[in-house]
Design a binder for this molecule. Structure first.
Ligand code: ACO
Length: 438
């Protein structure tokens, strides 16, 4: 599958600007919208496109993930997310995203073995985690540990060496799983467990997070299945804020560890991956009697103090986020299996019911996104809200890795360097310090 978008047979778009008559060629997509090549605009008319928030700008061509936000479609490498969530495992999906094809049984066994065998982290990581202040946010810890990993594996840093890239790919998937469980435990002053190579990726993540040293771990299979699905559903989502960050940083030929660390930082924002934590905090506030559901929704619609219904709305999905639909189903299954009634889940269902029949949300095409229900499952499994976004980041590792690798291989890649429309002073005369003031 080519990466660079091919030119189309379609007639170029004609654009007249002042005395310039430009012909802008089109490039073709295999699905979804194609694009206009705007290079001539600057070369011939000395103009750039102005598109805050990249509302209408494709920064790259990509053959990894397809999203059709109007029809609620999400596909990894052409496979519907529903089929992958139902039939595949997280490492199978990671392989698909990174290498482009579903692995056969032997290839998957080999890949899983390679990842599992690297899950042990250098002992120094215990010290790093112990050194963070109590109450520090785990996303900052995660980004720091990702940068720290780069210092331990200099042989995996060269972004032009296929062997180094192959090593970095496995190291990141393996080490971050262990580090995610260590972050959870170190925040609670709990002993850090060593990995058990014989267990599956998700099963051992849960054991390392919630197990007790020297006691047999018998996890709940429904919980493990839900966790596996959550990781699959969040594994990639084309050119979102954090993925674009990974690509932009990587376009300077920055190594994979440092590029992914930048992605972790981007994901931490409350308008992006941090929304799962914010959504749960919002539900908690409603439960603790701050506001009734109706009063809260009125505040959202009045845009009071910037109040938003967290976990709702999406730049691309203008219909139900297919990931939210699957997660909602699993939230029911997990709560049933744990025999746990969760008042917050009831509040979330109530908020969704109101929103889906309310003109404010209908007109703006706002639906639950991936973050609306995911926190409820993480909470039922035993995670504190601060861990929700790190789990999202762990899930997103294969996507970031796949996108970085694709960016490095694409002959069209150049260092990312947007333009600006300058609106400051044109020219001022410098006044020495002694002459400033009155
Ligand atoms: N609650 C209330 N109103 C909302 C919400 C919301 N969650 N989201 C959007 N709106 C309103 C905006 O106020 C705006 O109204 P207006 O037209 O009257 O000004 C309109 O809908 C369009 O919203 P924008 O912010 O312009 O949409 P944009 O595409 O820039 O933002 C975003 C998308 C950031 C996801 C937004 O919907 C949001 O803030 N949602 C809440 C946070 C969230 O859940 N983020 C997670 C997204 S998924 C992810 O990143 C993994």
């Amino acid at each position: 599958m080519p990466i660079t978008a091919p030119p189309t047979e379609a007639a170029p778009a004609r654009l007249s600007v002042g005395s310039c008559d430009l012909m802008l060629p089109q490039v073709e997509a295999t699905a979804g919208h194609g694009g206009l090549v705007v290079a001539a605009l600057r070369e011939q008319a000395d103009l750039v496109t102005y598109d805050p928030g990249f509302m209408n700008t494709a920064a790259t061509a990509s053959a990894i993930t397809f999203v059709d936000g109007k029809r609620g479609i999400l596909r990894y490498r052409g496979y519907p997310i529903e089929a992958l969530a139902e039939h595949a495992t997280f490492l199978e999906v990671a392989y698909l995203l990174i290498y482009g094809e579903l692995p056969d049984a032997a290839t998957l066994a080999d890949f899983s073995e390679k990842v599992n065998r690297h899950t042990l982290v250098p002992e120094q990581f215990r010290g790093f985690l112990a050194a963070f202040p109590r109450g520090g946010h785990p996303m900052s810890m995660m980004a720091s540990t990702m940068n720290a990993l780069a210092t331990f594996y200099p042989e995996a840093l060269n972004p032009h060496d296929p062997e180094a890239i192959a090593a970095a790919t496995v190291l990141i998937l393996a080490k971050m799983r262990t580090i995610t469980s260590y972050i959870h435990r170190s925040m609670r002053d709990e002993p850090l467990l060593y990995p058990d190579y014989a267990r599956g990726y998700v099963e051992d993540l849960l054991r390392m997070t919630f197990g007790v040293p020297y006691q047999q771990w018998n996890g709940n299979p429904v919980t493990a299945a839900a966790m596996d699905k959550l990781l699959i559903l969040q594994a990639d989502h084309e050119q979102n804020c954090s993925t674009s960050t990974v690509r932009l940083v990587g376009s300077a030929h920055t190594n994979l560890f440092s590029s992914v660390a930048a992605g972790i930082n981007a994901l931490s924002g409350p308008l992006h991956g941090g929304a799962n934590e914010s959504a749960l905090a919002m539900l908690e506030r409603i439960r603790s009697g701050g506001d009734s559901v109706a009063v809260f929704m009125r505040k959202v619609k009045d845009k009071e103090d910037g109040v938003r219904l967290m976990g709702f709305g999406h730049r691309v999905y203008k219909s139900y986020d297919p990931r939210a639909a699957i997660i909602k189903e699993h939230a029911h299954a997990v709560l049933d299996s744990l025999d746990a009634r969760d008042e917050l889940f009831d509040i979330a269902l109530g908020l969704e019911e109101i929103a889906l029949s309310d003109d404010y949300f209908i007109e703006r095409r706002l639906y639950p996104n991936v973050d609306f229900y995911s926190g409820l499952i993480y909470r039922a499994i035993g995670y504190s809200p601060a861990m929700f976004t790190p789990l999202f980041a762990l899930a997103r590792m294969p996507g970031w890795i796949a996108q970085w690798r694709e960016m490095m291989r694409d002959p069209a890649t150049r260092i990312g360097r947007p333009h600006q429309i300058y609106t400051g002073h044109i020219l001022r005369e410098f006044v020495p310090l002694a002459g400033r003031g009155d």
